[in-house]
Design a protein around this ligand. Structure first.
Ligand SMILES: Cc1cc2nc3c(=O)[nH]c(=O)nc-3n(C[C@H](O)[C@H](O)[C@H](O)COP(=O)(O)OP(=O)(O)OC[C@H]3O[C@@H](n4cnc5c(N)ncnc54)[C@H](O)[C@@H]3O)c2cc1C
Length: 409
C-alpha cells in the first residue's frame, strides 16, 4: 500500500501536538516544515524579556524532536509562501513539497492597525523569538546609555509604554515592572525614575476574562507601580511620543505593542473563507472545507468550542485543535470516521512578575500569589520537560560526526 505523506507546516504549539499524535502511529510519512529549527515557547516569553531565563529555556529543538520518532519523520527548514491545492503541493522559499494531507499551523502575528500611523515603525513586538530578543537587547542598551549619559542618575524619567491589556500585555508589564524594581534595588547605577504605562482600550485589563483574574491582575499591576491608562486608543506614534484618543500625548523611551493578533501571512493569498482576523474558517473536524486533505489548527484558524463559542487564541486552544486535526488525518488514513473537535480551555494562568501569578483552572481552582505561580511553573515545566525528554532520543540518533556541529537547545 502507498504510504500517505502528511505535511505539518509550523512547529508551534499546534504543530508539535499534531506531530505527537501522528508520529507514533507509524502509519504515514510526516514532514514538519518550519521557518525556524526550534519551537518557540511564547508562553514563557515574559521570563526571557525580564532576564529571568536565557534564550535556550524558551526553545525546543525541532530537528532532534523529529529525529526522535524515526525515519518516517523529517524536519525541513523552509518558509512556505504558496500552496497549489490542485496539484497538492506547497511551495517554500527553498523548495516545493507534495502532500496527501496538510495541516496548517503557522500561527499568528501582531495586528498592527494600518490606520495607526507610526505604530509598526516605532514599537517592538514579542511574537517571535527574534523580536523578543531584539526588544530585550535594545531595551537594555537604551537604558544603559541613558544611565551613562546622566552619570548614573535618571534625572529625566525613563518611560516604557505597553499597548494592549490582554494576556501578553499584562504579563510583560508586570514582569518588567518587577525587573525594574530589582534593577533599582540591586544595581550599582541608581535609577528609580523608570515608569511603565499600560495603555488599554477597555475599562479593565484582560477584557472578557474572569472577574477574579481581572481583579487580581489589576491589583498586582498597581502594586508594582504600573500606570494603567484605560479607555485609550493609540491613534498615532512617533519616535518618542504617541497620541491617545486623538489628543493626549504620552512621551516614551521604549514602546511594546501587544494589541491583538491576525493570522499568519500564509492566509493572505488563500482563496478560502476567513474571518476579520484573516483566520481560516474550519469545520468541526478542523478541516478547511474548500480543499481536499487540508486541515488547520492553532492561531491560524478560527477556533470554536462544541457549543459554537469562539475560543480565544491561546497555546491551550492551539494544542487541542492540533490534536483534533491530527486524529482526523489519521482517521482518514485508516479509513475510519472523523471525530468532531472538542476544544475547551481548562482555565487561564497569568504570570504577574516576580514569582507571582493568578490562575483559574477547571472552573473552581483559583489561586493568586506564590501558589498560583508554582502551579503555573509546574504545568509549563512539565510541557517543556516532556519535549526535552523526547528530543534526547532524537539526539542519540544524530551520527557522532555531526553531533558537535549542531547547537542544541
Ligand atoms: C508574550 C506572549 C505570552 C503568551 N502567553 C500565553 C499563555 O500564558 N497561555 C496561553 O495559552 N497562550 C499564551 N500566548 C498565546 C500563545 O502563545 C499562542 O496562542 C500560541 O503560540 C499559538 O500556537 P500556534 O501553534 O498556533 O502558533 P505558534 O506557536 O506561533 O507557531 C507557529 C509556527 O509556525 C511557523 N511559521 C509561521 N509562518 C511560517 C511559514 N510561512 N512557513 C514555515 N513556518 C512558518 C513559526 O516559525 C512557528 O514556529 C502568549 C503569546 C505571547 C506572544
Amino acid at each position: 500500500m502507498n504510504r500517505k505523506r502528511v505535511i505539518i507546516v509550523g512547529g508551534g504549539y499546534a504543530g508539535v501536538e499534531a506531530l505527537k499524535i501522528l508520529a507514533p502511529s507509524g502509519e504515514c510519512d510526516i514532514v514538519l516544515i518550519d521557518q525556524h529549527p526550534y519551537h518557540y515557547l511564547q508562553t514563557e516569553a515574559y521570563e526571557l524579556i525580564a532576564n529571568e531565563c536565557s534564550m535556550t529555556r524558551v526553545m525546543i529543538d525541532l530537528v532532534a524532536l523529529c529525529l526522535s520518532y524515526g525515519e518516517h519523520v523529517t524536519y525541513i527548514k523552509d518558509t512556505i509562501r504558496e500552496i497549489d491545492y490542485e496539484s497538492k503541493r506547497i511551495i517554500g522559499q527553498i523548495s516545493g513539497h507534495s502532500y496527501d494531507y496538510m495541516l496548517l499551523c503557522t500561527g499568528s502575528r501582531t495586528a498592527y492597525n494600518g490606520a495607526t500611523e507610526g505604530l509598526r515603525q516605532h514599537s517592538h513586538g514579542v511574537k517571535t523569538l527574534q523580536s523578543a530578543l531584539s526588544f530585550k537587547q535594545q531595551f537594555e542598551q537604551r537604558l544603559y546609555s541613558r544611565l551613562e549619559s546622566e552619570g548614573g542618575w535618571c534625572a529625566e524619567p525613563f518611560n516604557i509604554v505597553i499597548g494592549g491589556g490582554g494576556l501578553s500585555g499584562v504579563e510583560i508589564a508586570a514582569e518588567m515592572a518587577h525587573y525594574i524594581r530589582i534593577f533599582h534595588k540591586d544595581n550599582t547605577l541608581t535609577c528609580d525614575n523608570i515608569h511603565i504605562f499600560l495603555i488599554i482600550p477597555h475599562e479593565t485589563v484582560l477584557e472578557g476574562m474572569e472577574e477574579y483574574l481581572i481583579k487580581h491582575a489589576t491589583k498586582r499591576l498597581l502594586q508594582l507601580g504600573v500606570k494603567i491608562i484605560n479607555h485609550s486608543r493609540i491613534t498615532s506614534v512617533e519616535e518618542h511620543a504617541l497620541i491617545i484618543n486623538g489628543s493626549e500625548a504620552v512621551c516614551f523611551d521604549f514602546m511594546i505593542f501587544t494589541g491583538g493578533i491576525v493570522a499568519s501571512t500564509l492566509t493572505v493569498g488563500m482563496n478560502v473563507a476567513k474571518n476579520k482576523k484573516s483566520q481560516l474558517i474550519v469545520n468541526e473536524y478542523m478541516r478547511v472545507s474548500e480543499y481536499e486533505g487540508v486541515f488547520a489548527a492553532g492561531d491560524i484558524a478560527e477556533l470554536r468550542d462544541p457549543e459554537g463559542k469562539l475560543v480565544p487564541p491561546t497555546a491551550q486552544g492551539a494544542e487541542a485543535s492540533g490534536i483534533s486535526a491530527a486524529k482526523n488525518i489519521l482517521a482518514l488514513i485508516q479509513g475510519k470516521p472523523m471525530i468532531r473537535s472538542n476544544i475547551r480551555l481548562k482555565g487561564m494562568m497569568i504570570a504577574l512578575g516576580g514569582g507571582y501569578a493568578s490562575i483559574s483552572l477547571l472552573g473552581w481552582m483559583r489561586f493568586s500569589g506564590m501558589i498560583g505561580y508554582a502551579i503555573k511553573t509546574i504545568i509549563m515545566r512539565g510541557y517543556r520537560y516532556l519535549l526535552h525528554r523526547q528530543c534526547a532520543k532524537g539526539v542519540e540518533r544524530i551520527p557522532q560526526s555531526k553531533r558537535n556541529c549542531r547547537m542544541r537547545f
